[in-house]
Design a protein around this ligand. Structure first.
Ligand code: BTN
Length: 237
């Protein structure tokens, strides 16, 4: 089935849709694919974390050829697209973007994204959206919510159907345009944040992102460009 130029492959169960996408990238079909699974038994999150794949939620990976040097465009296009899709359901929804590519709804995480490199020029954008349920346990890095909890009643399939045309359009936009819109919708611009990396924590004021989607942090040593890490807002951790 085709949606907005993406060939959509639907699976009942897989380990991780990103694993499927990686495998398919080796076949070099040249096509842009979306792999959606009803169940993931080994869903992966960022930085080696587990992505709990609860029933009724959306798990999919977009596999497309995209130059590595323009990765920021892809990240911003994909994250903004999630926010825009939620707003299609409920224009007044309190949706915010949290660097690098989380989507917050009423201040809690409703969607996350795992970017991986496929074979050759292929990039894999793995996206999880809490449609019906949100994981709740003490080990979670950030509080989570679902569309349902915010009064948005939809299904994983309907969300994907709405999202893909928006993503296709966003991918054609200029990086600077996406950057501006990302910043308008970001949580905490101008506020103190803490960025946790593998071996260190950096505190500063969140200035926004550049056109590569790297985080700009004002510290005592000037503006630092941050390429990876987890962000916490003041009073959160
Ligand atoms: C994160 O916020 O840590 C990223 C979560 C990404 C989850 C999605 S679900 C579909 C795709 N398959 C995976 O195993 N992970 C991504």
């Amino acid at each position: 089935m085709q949606i907005a130029g993406f060939e959509v492959i639907r699976l009942t169960e897989t380990t991780s849709t990103n694993d499927e996408a990686l495998q398919l990238s080796r076949d070099k079909s040249g096509q842009s694919l979306v792999i959606k699974a009803q169940r993931q038994i080994k869903g992966r999150g960022r930085r080696g974390r587990v992505w709990q794949s609860l029933d009724g939620n959306l798990f999919f990976s977009v596999l497309l050829e995209f130059p590595l040097k323009d990765l920021g465009t892809l990240v911003m296009a994909a994250a903004l697209g999630l926010l825009q899709t939620i707003k299609q359901y409920k224009p007044t929804a309190d949706v915010r973007l949290k660097w690098p590519n989380d989507v917050l709804l009423n201040g809690a995480k409703v969607s996350g994204m795992l970017l991986e490199k496929g074979d050759g020029e292929y990039m894999i954008v793995g996206i999880g959206v809490n449609i019906m349920q949100s994981p709740q346990n003490d080990e979670m890095l950030y509080p989570a919510t679902s569309l349902k909890a915010a009064g948005i009643n939809t299904t994983a399939d309907d969300f994907l159907q709405k999202y893909l045309p928006i993503l296709a359009e966003n991918i054609r936009r200029k990086a600077t345009d996406l950057q501006q819109e990302w910043m308008k919708n970001a949580k905490g611009t101008g506020e103190r944040i803490l960025v946790r990396q593998n071996d260190k924590e950096i505190c500063g004021t969140f200035c926004g992102i550049d056109e590569n989607a790297d985080l700009l942090l004002q510290t005592a040593n000037g503006i630092q460009k941050i390429l990876a890490g987890d962000v916490f807002y003041e009073g959160e951790k």
